[in-house]
Design a protein around this ligand. Structure first.
Ligand code: HEM
Length: 289
C-alpha cells in the first residue's frame, strides 16, 4: 500500500464500515481502488476526505454525545423494566411505585406533572439519540446493498449486531413515541388497574410486545458496543467474548421479565375489563358506602 489509511477519532471505532475497510484486504483493496489518486485520506462517517479536508472536532463530539445518551437510555430501560414489573408483587406494590414518582410520600399528595416532566426529559434524550444515530444509517439503496453483501460474505458477528441495531432502532423510532406521549400526557393514569386497562382494553399490548423485543435487543447490543468501544482491555478478544455472554444474559433476563410482566398486565386487564376506567384505590384508602 503506497498510501496511508488514517482513521481519526472515536467516530472511526463506532462505524463498522471503517472496520470493514480495516479488516478485510479484499474490501480495503476495493476501497483503495476508488481513491487511488489520493495520496492521503481520512474516512469519517462513510466519507472519504483528503488530509486537507480534515473534519473539525464535531464528529467526535457527536459520537461521544451519542454514546452518553445511549448509555443513559440503556440504564434507564433496565430500571424502567424493574419498576414496571412491580405488578408481579401485587397491585399495591405497583400503586406504591407509581405514586412514589409523583412525590406522594414526600408531599402527602401526588403531583403527576412531576412524571410528565421526567417523561419529557426521557423523550428529549430519545430524540437526541435518534437524531445522532441517523448520521450512521446507510442512507441510500446502493449503500444498503453493499453493506448487506459485505455482512453476508464476512459473517462477522459484531457487524451483524450493528445491522440488528439499525433495524431495531428504526422500529423504535415509530413505536416508542406512542408510548412516551401517552405517559407524558396522562401520568395520572399510571397504576395497576389504569395500566392494565390501557394494555388490554386500550389494545396497547401488541405495541408493547413488539417494542419489548426491539428495546431489549437494541439496548443489550448498544451497551455491549459501548463497552467494546470505550473499554480499555488488556486482552480485547477474551473481553469481547465475556461481554458478549453478559449481553445475552441481560437480554434474555429482561426479555423474560418483560414477557411475564406483560402477561400479568393482560391477565389483570381481562379481569378488570367489566370495570374499565375505574382506578385502583388501596384498601387502606377505600371509603365503604
Ligand atoms: C419516563 C418514561 C417512561 C415511563 C414513565 C414509562 C412507563 C411505563 C408503564 C407505567 C408501563 C406499564 C404499562 C402502561 O402503563 O401502559 C410501561 C410499559 C412499557 N414500556 Fe414504558 N415508560 C417510559 C419509557 C419507555 C421507553 C423509552 C420505552 C422504550 C423505548 C418503553 C417501553 C415499554 C415497554 C416495552 C413496556 C411493556 C412492558 C412489558 O412488556 O413488560 N417505556 N412503561
Amino acid at each position: 500500500m503506497d498510501q496511508a489509511l488514517r482513521i481519526d477519532g472515536p467516530a472511526s471505532l463506532a462505524h463498522p464500515t471503517i472496520s470493514v475497510l480495516h479488516a478485510t484486504p479484499r474490501l480495503s483493496g476495493h476501497a483503495a481502488g476508488g481513491v487511488n489518486s489520493l495520496p492521503d485520506f481520512n474516512v469519517v462517517n462513510d466519507q472519504i476526505m483528503t488530509a486537507s479536508e480534515k473534519p473539525g472536532p464535531w464528529p467526535a463530539r457527536m459520537d461521544l454525545l451519542q454514546s452518553v445518551s445511549g448509555l443513559l437510555l440503556g440504564l434507564f430501560m433496565w430500571l424502567h423494566m424493574l419498576f414496571v414489573s412491580s405488578i408481579l408483587l401485587g397491585e399495591q406494590a405497583m400503586w406504591t411505585v407509581a405514586r412514589f414518582f409523583e412525590g406522594y410520600f414526600f408531599f402527602g399528595y401526588g403531583l403527576p406533572w412531576l412524571v410528565s416532566l421526567f417523561v419529557a426529559s426521557i423523550f428529549g434524550l430519545f430524540v437526541l439519540h435518534a437524531w445522532l444515530a441517523l448520521r450512521k444509517f446507510p442512507a441510500q439503496w446502493r449503500q444498503h446493498r453493499v453493506y448487506w453483501s459485505h455482512m453476508r460474505s464476512m459473517r462477522h458477528e459484531d457487524t451483524t449486531l450493528w445491522f440488528v441495531q439499525v433495524i431495531t432502532g428504526f422500529g423504535m423510532f415509530f413505536l416508542a413515541p406512542v408510548h412516551l406521549y401517552l405517559m407524558m400526557t396522562h401520568p395520572e393514569l399510571i397504576g395497576p388497574y389504569e395500566s392494565a386497562d390501557r394494555v388490554w382494553s386500550g389494545m396497547l399490548w401488541p405495541l408493547y410486545l413488539v417494542l419489548l423485543f426491539l428495546v431489549e435487543l437494541h439496548g443489550g447490543i448498544g451497551l455491549y458496543r459501548l463497552a467494546v468501544k470505550w473499554g480499555d482491555f488488556s486482552d480485547p478478544a477474551s473481553a469481547r467474548r465475556k461481554l458478549k455472554r453478559m449481553k445475552w444474559g441481560f437480554t434474555v433476563f429482561f426479555l423474560v421479565l418483560g414477557l411475564v410482566t406483560l402477561a400479568a398486565y393482560i391477565k389483570l386487564g381481562i379481569e378488570h375489563a367489566p370495570h374499565v376506567g375505574e382506578p385502583y384505590v388501596p384498601a387502606s384508602m377505600r371509603v365503604e358506602p
